[in-house]
Write a protein that binds this ligand. Structure first.
Ligand SMILES: Cc1ncc(COP(=O)(O)O)c(C=O)c1O
Length: 446
């Protein structure tokens, strides 16, 4: 493993920190005591005050092959010098065709057509639109309702927050999409606390889809969207049999099933996608993040053959889908994606060493019994550690944990009072040891 880089010197005055409105951030708190990264390599970030921080989050669930991979940087630079941009409407360039072909090799079933956007949020909006349009094209235009899940996160577009189930992400933004229902989430500490891997309890929660069908009738329902493993809401692992049950009910009623694999895609569970891991093939799949190893924004929707075919009707001169982005299949994103997929393939990162995953599981579960820890859960190279909240201060305990870890050179992510861990896939045992030791020190002192 390479040495972490030293930092270029950076200093920003309080005034210079003001103009940038930071996303999902307590801006005033941050700007009073900023945390800036100025370089990264492999498993480490370098901070503005020249410290090394072990990345236990793969950035934000995206840098699966580790930071600043020269193969990717070189591919992006070469592409920028050759073809910086090409219009994607009624024109093309080789990149997105090449990425699509490379990508579908790793997908299960006949998920074999790819529509590109620039983020997970755009992928979700695209998938929801394709689902509704698909039914209309087949003469079932009443199928417009969308079903998400409580605690689901599907990005920040209006479609995504409508099917999503995180209160603060929804409550400020008006009436959202109409015609949306939510399945119950699957998190249950009473039955499933400290489960290793998939919980035994909870498969029946998928049956709630039957209730929604009974209420609205299947003829009005377009699609169900779920994260196979919910990430942003605090690492919720699906109970055994739950996804299978949802799939069966969708099949029974002709409802499309969308897997949002923005965080579970690209090796996170030890297989290429969660669909492969669980052996459940959705009709549409959204991906982003790990697609380019986080180096250039890119998202995509994968659809099954039958869905693509439904659009390829009518006169050949007509546009089949009135949807797309100026930067769909951007040349730099494609260069990054191709180089990234090459690394995943060459380094076998879609087939993680079972012994490493076991080591990870044992390591994170060794934190059981430490102060405030009320649950630990894991699957593949993901883990969630839930802390008891400080009374009347939800999220404060985990945020404090995040700050203390950062000071000690470890980047974790917290959501509410849950710590999420999702390191780059090339993590080694000594990184895991350091991660867990630091977390234990911090938890013991909280
Ligand atoms: C499951 C899921 N869907 C969608 C998104 C949105 O992706 P983006 O932030 O790239 O828009 C995320 C981001 O974390 C996600 O975890």
């Amino acid at each position: 493993m390479q040495d972490p880089p030293s930092s270029p010197s950076v200093s920003l005055s309080r005034d210079e920190l003001d103009a940038y409105w930071m996303p999902f951030t307590a801006n005033r708190q941050f700007k009073a005591d900023p945390r800036l990264f100025v370089a990264a390599k492999g498993m480490y970030f370098t901070t503005h005050d020249d410290r090394q921080v072990l990345d236990a989050m793969a950035g934000l669930w995206c840098v699966n092959a580790g930071h600043c991979r020269p193969e990717i940087s070189r591919a992006i630079a070469a592409q920028a010098e050759t073809l910086d941009y090409a219009p994607p409407f009624q024109m093309g360039h080789p990149g997105p065709f090449q990425v699509a072909n490379r990508l579908i090799k790793h997908l299960p079933g006949d998920l074999n057509h790819v529509f590109f956007g620039n983020s997970g949020s755009e992928a979700v909006e695209t998938a929801l639109k394709i689902a509704i349009a698909y039914h209309r094209l087949r003469g079932e235009g009443t199928r417009q309702r969308l079903i998400g899940r409580e605690r689901g996160y599907h990005g920040v577009g209006f479609g995504g927050i409508s099917v999503g189930g995180i209160g603060p992400n929804r409550k400020f933004f008006g009436s959202l999409l109409t015609g949306v229902d939510h399945l119950p989430h699957t998190h249950n500490l009473e039955h499933n606390a400290f489960t290793r891997g998939q919980p035994e309890w909870g498969a029946h929660l998928g049956d709630d889809l039957e209730r929604i069908v009974a209420l609205h009738d299947a003829s009005n329902i377009a699609a169900v969207i779920v994260e196979p493993v919910a990430g942003s809401t605090g690492v919720l692992i699906p109970p055994k049999g739950y996804l299978e049950s949802l799939r069966a009910i969708c099949d029974k009623y002709g409802i499309l099933m969308i897997f949002d694999e923005v965080i579970t895609g690209f090796g996170r569970l030890g297989t290429s996608f969660a669909a492969n891991y669980f052996g459940v093939v959705p009709d549409l799949m959204t991906v982003a993040k790990g697609l380019t190893n986080g180096a250039v924004p890119m998202g995509a929707v994968l659809v099954r053959q039958g869905i693509y075919d439904a659009f390829m009707q009518g006169p050949e001169s007509s546009i089949e889908l009135f949807h797309g982005y100026t930067y769909s299949g951007h040349p730099l994103a494609c260069a990054a994606a191709l180089a990234t997929l090459e690394i995943y393939e060459n380094e076998n990162l879609f087939n993680l060493d079972r012994a490493l995953i076991q080591y990870w599981e044992d390591a994170v579960h060794s934190l059981k019994g430490l102060p405030h820890v009320i649950d630990i859960r894991n699957l593949g190279l993901v883990a969630g550690i839930e802390l008891a909240p400080i009374p009347n201060q939800p999220g404060a305990r985990a945020y404090d944990c995040f700050l203390q870890c950062y000071k000690k050179g470890l980047l974790i992510r917290t959501t509410g009072d849950i710590i999420a861990l999702s390191p780059p896939l090339m993590i080694e045992k000594h990184h895991i040891d350091r991660l867990v030791t630091t977390l234990a020190e911090v938890l013991n002192a909280l």
